[in-house]
Design a protein around this ligand. Structure first.
Ligand code: DOR
Ligand code: ZN
Length: 333
């Protein structure tokens, strides 16, 4: 299961969805589409188009709505009744299509109360916004807000999305079992040197920005720790080459086609060989299913230790993460 996935809409959805549906049994579908998914009605029509784009694969889209300052408890309740698994919060301007994000998270008291009552998961982009806030500290500065929310709503299930720092790992590990975190493939591989150092690498540019070596190491350790609070969410975020390779390029790493071989390669570097398959199954599936109260995965894929070179480009316009690199693992069926 991919616990954090951007599939977009329209033609891009049709092009990228098969790569996720081919290897994952389910995905938590992010609502920052254009326009965003803000209520049950738009969620249901989005679910239909995602189902159409993944038909025949057995992939289950797990739908979400975006929570904004205009969201009401009844909108949340109706979305939940219609199958929303989670509500997602962005702060303003922290990433792609987040202009309408929530400026004052603590104004959402009634929403959190309703979500806690419904046992609906709260997904937090979890970066403080504002031009005066130093970019690489945005994640860390959000942590006190997380702690406050979990103090006030101890039964609310919260996912801190795409964590990038050691202090986020430590904070999540120290909170109750109702608080978990997703870790992306790219944050297991990258530091901010891989984004801009001598030359700029637009296809590694994403939000939150990858951080220090010590942060990357903390994420790698969390991913292999066997602690079910830490699970895989690719944050696979397709943008075309035209919108990546330009001034004001979009944030996002397109990792869906390399997700599982990429995780297996990381595990190979970090754990003894007997534990690789089991580790990948837990980190990239079982732990998220447990947290989201979903049934166990029944679909199986075959991961072989046969070298595979990641294609340079997909559909002539999406450059994947690790493009052109040889990985020791591949998905063969
Ligand atoms: O880099 C990112 N791109 N981070 C996000 O959180 C959103 C994503 C996107 O939708 O492109
Ligand atoms: Zn995302």
């Amino acid at each position: 299961m991919d616990a954090h996935l951007h599939l977009r809409k329209g033609q891009i959805l049709k092009e990228v969805a098969p790569y996720s549906a081919g290897v994952f049994g389910a995905g938590v579908i992010m609502p920052n589409t254009d326009p965003a998914i803000l209520d049950a009605k738009s969620m249901l029509s989005y679910e239909k188009v995602v189902e159409r784009a993944t038909r025949g694969s057995g992939f289950k889209p797990l739908m979400t709505i975006e929570i904004r300052e205009g969201t009401t408890p009844s909108m949340v309740r109706i979305a939940h009744e219609w199958g929303a698994i989670a509500g997602k919060i962005y702060l303003p301007d922290v990433t792609h299509n987040s202009e309408g994000g929530v400026a004052n998270i603590m104004s959402l008291f009634a929403i959190f109360e309703e979500m806690q009552k419904l046992d609906m998961v709260l997904c937090l982009h979890s970066e403080v916004s504002g031009k005066s806030v130093y970019g690489l500290e945005r994640k860390t500065l959000f942590l006190p807000t997380l702690v406050k929310i979990t103090d006030w709503f101890p039964n609310l299930r919260v996912v801190l999305e795409h964590i990038t720092t050691k202090d986020a790992v430590d904070t999540v590990a120290g909170l109750s079992n109702r608080v978990a975190a997703t870790i992306t493939l790219h944050h297991l591989y990258l530091t901010n040197n891989d984004v801009a150092d001598g030359k700029i690498q637009p296809h590694n540019f994403c939000m939150p920005i990858p951080k220090h070596f010590r942060d990357r190491e903390a994420l790698q350790r969390a991913s292999i720790s066997g602690n079910p609070k830490f699970f895989f969410g690719s944050d696979s975020a397709p943008h075309t080459t035209a919108t990546k390779e330009c001034a004001l390029g979009c944030a996002g790493v397109y990792s869906a086609p390399v997700a599982i071989p990429g995780v297996a390669t990381q595990f190979e570097n970090l754990v003894v060989s007997d534990d690789i398959r089991r580790g990948v199954e837990d980190f990239a599936g079982n732990f998220a299913r447990k947290f989201y109260n979903l049934p166990e995965e029944t679909r199986r894929i075959t991961l072989r230790r046969v070298p595979w070179t990641v294609p340079q480009i997909f559909n002539s316009r999406f450059i994947p993460f690790l493009a052109g690199k040889e990985l020791p693992w591949q998905v063969v069926a």
